[in-house]
Ligand binder design. Structure first.
Ligand code: SAM
Ligand code: GLN
Length: 291
């Protein structure tokens, strides 16, 4: 029996639901397989689905339902800020929440440096390069440098920058070390921030597939904030202000805010814990006076 596309998707959706998985995964897979946008797929939903495609879809839907393999690793890409990023199991799949960090960096940079300023910006723990590449493409004249300790992640990020035509300099190494004291105006980072107890609670789609190097932030999840804040003065630039933009875990707002206050007690021009679209604390933004 030859399925119509909608019949295949109906099967996928109820199969996924019975395993308590996202039921739109069949759609994502089928769009990728057929090389169609979601709109094109839905507009031509009554077309027959060739057997080979139906078998391909069934295998992947079944694997995701049973084992939780992320669909983004299956198709080798993930959307971020309206662009496609290559992803492999060596990089964290970029999250929609992180798009909000990118957006906020633009808003805060406009406020403190003026819109259109030429800024030197570093992205620490760049992974797929989603943040650095997007900022480079959204802000003409920003000089982006992206760091990761994973050589494999860095090569994925480099591929993404090349494919999307983003001018980004990449440096391999730990946190601020590879920046060698060069001056920056902005530091943005979505570091690993999952605490040890939270690591045990992660869903199988995350825990069994995404790199723990990208997730584990030490016992309380705050190690990378402490280490970045301690090293921050080594990269202070020549402008009056330095902008710091972190993604944080939903329970870490107060803690990261107080770390910033501890490290820069008399130099805070502005400091805010900002929420994501689902109303949870997600970013700590700080403007530090440097002269
Ligand atoms: N920026 C990407 C994003 O937002 O989708 C990836 C963020 S992921 C949560 C954290 C990244 O930090 C991973 O790519 C990991 O390899 C990197 N990382 C872990 N330890 C690091 C270190 N000591 N120095 C630099 N990067 C590190
Ligand atoms: N947001 C990730 C999660 O789903 C954690 C990312 C991070 O540690 N920065 O668990």
């Amino acid at each position: 029996m030859i399925w119509k596309r909608y019949e295949a998707l109906k099967w996928a959706s109820s199969f996924l639901k019975s395993y308590k998985r996202d039921d739109n995964i069949g759609e994502i897979l089928l769009c990728d397989r057929l090389g169609l946008t979601r709109t094109d797929l839905l507009a031509n939903i009554r077309e027959p689905l060739p057997d080979a495609d139906a078998v391909w879809l069934k295998e992947r839907v079944t694997e995701h339902a049973l084992k939780g393999t992320p669909v983004q690793y299956m198709i080798g890409q993930a959307p971020f800020y309206g662009r496609r990023f290559k992803v492999t199991p060596d990089v964290l799949i970029p999250r929609p929440e992180t798009e909000e960090l990118v957006y906020r960096v633009g808003v805060w940079a406009g406020r403190f440096f003026g819109t259109g300023s030429r800024l030197s910006v570093c992205d620490i723990g760049t992974g797929s390069g989603a943040i650095a590449v997007t900022l480079a493409l959204e802000h003409d004249g920003w000089q982006m440098t992206a760091v990761d300790v994973s050589a494999k992640a860095l090569s994925v990020a480099e591929e993404n920058a090349a494919a999307l035509g983003a001018p980004v300099t990449f440096r391999l190494g730990s946190l601020l070390e590879p920046l060698e004291g060069r001056p920056f105006d902005v530091l943005v980072s979505n570091p690993p921030y999952v605490s040890r107890p939270e690591m045990r609670e992660l869903s199988d789609t995350v825990k069994d597939y995404e790199p723990h190097l990208a997730l584990f932030g030490g016992e309380d999840g705050l190690d990378f904030y402490r280490r970045i804040l301690q090293a921050l003065p080594s990269v202070f630039g020549h402008k009056p202000y330095f902008l710091l933009a972190f993604e944080i875990g939903a329970s870490q707002g107060r803690a990261v805010e107080s770390l910033v206050k501890q490290v820069f007690p008399d130099r805070i021009e502005d400091l805010a814990v900002e929420k994501d679209l689902s109303g949870r604390d997600r970013n700590v933004m700080a403007v530090i006076r440097i002269n």
